[in-house]
Design a protein around this ligand. Structure first.
Ligand SMILES: C[S@@+](CC[C@H](N)C(=O)[O-])C[C@H]1O[C@@H](n2cnc3c(N)ncnc32)[C@H](O)[C@@H]1O
Length: 255
């Protein structure tokens, strides 16, 4: 399971759109793609959460954006986020159950695959949904430069991912308050810490909370990401980008 019930609590609570989500979305899809690539395209967003990533393809003129999530509260939050776009539709579905074949120009999954028990099966399903000539985009956590998260946060997560979710939300303050003080009082070298210094406290807290809730959170080395992508059928070409030195974006072209 991909901790969807726990994320549902998060998206129910943090269902607001922020202008900086656009910058994040453009960063997550990698340096080779931009707003113009979505114009008139059919787009699939797998594990959409509150719909913040589907929002931008709608703005960029996609002809269809189908977003899905395996949690009803997330689906409702995404429906609210995307309510003004006639091109958008949000459905309740698991990535393991999607049965689209050669249908979408772009299928993306941002921040989802590393939380799944069977990531290979998930991306095979997603890749099947892409039409030949289309693209699948995945953004996942990287291991490189996140060794400290694996060493110190993973053991904490083992406990907090099993506590009642409201309690984990409260406990997250014990991390978000010191972190907020640390990044604001001390000059930072880390790209990631520099990035999150720009966030409001509520957003920073949501990030910490997001880290503490999932039962599975894989931080993959580059070769593990390659191994994942190589499990796909041969009709592909792919590029891997190291995003801000702490995560991976894979863009897979279906040929
Ligand atoms: C960290 S959140 C990322 C949400 C969104 N992509 C974003 O970047 O805002 C992971 C999402 O994956 C969803 N999820 C977990 N398991 C899933 C599955 N089997 N099929 C579809 N979505 C799933 C969760 O419900 C959650 O909304």
């Amino acid at each position: 399971m991909g901790s969807q019930d726990r994320f549902g609590y998060e998206w129910d609570k943090y269902d607001f759109m922020l202008p900086m989500y656009e910058k994040q979305f453009l960063m997550w899809i990698g340096p080779d793609l931009g707003p113009e690539d979505f114009k008139d395209k059919a787009v699939l967003d797998a594990g959409c959460g509150m719909g913040r990533n589907s929002y931008w393809p709608c703005k960029y003129g996609a002809k269809e954006v189908l977003a899905f999530d395996f949690d009803q509260r997330s689906v409702e939050a995404a429906q609210k986020t995307l309510k003004d776009f006639s091109a958008a539709k949000v459905i309740y579905k698991s990535i393991y159950d999607i049965d689209f074949v050669n249908r979408f120009d772009i299928a993306f999954s941002i921040g989802v695959i590393h939380h799944l028990e069977d990531p290979k099966r998930a991306i095979q399903n997603l890749f099947r949904a892409v039409r030949p000539g289309g693209k699948m985009i995945l953004w996942v956590y990287g291991y490189e430069n996140n060794e400290w998260v694996v060493r110190y946060i993973n053991p904490i997560r083992k406990i907090t991912s099993r506590l009642p979710v409201w309690l984990t939300h409260f406990l997250a303050y014990f991390f978000s308050i010191p972190l907020w003080l640390y990044i604001h009082l001390i000059p930072q070298k880390s790209e990631y810490l520099k990035l999150i210094r720009q966030f409001k406290f509520k957003h920073l807290h949501s990030i910490i909370f997001d880290q503490l809730i999932p039962r599975i959170a894989n931080y993959w080395k580059k070769e593990e990401v390659e191994d994942l992508v190589n499990s796909l059928p041969n009709n592909k070409k792919y590029k891997i980008h190291h995003i801000r030195n702490y995560s991976w974006t894979v863009v897979v072209d279906k040929v």
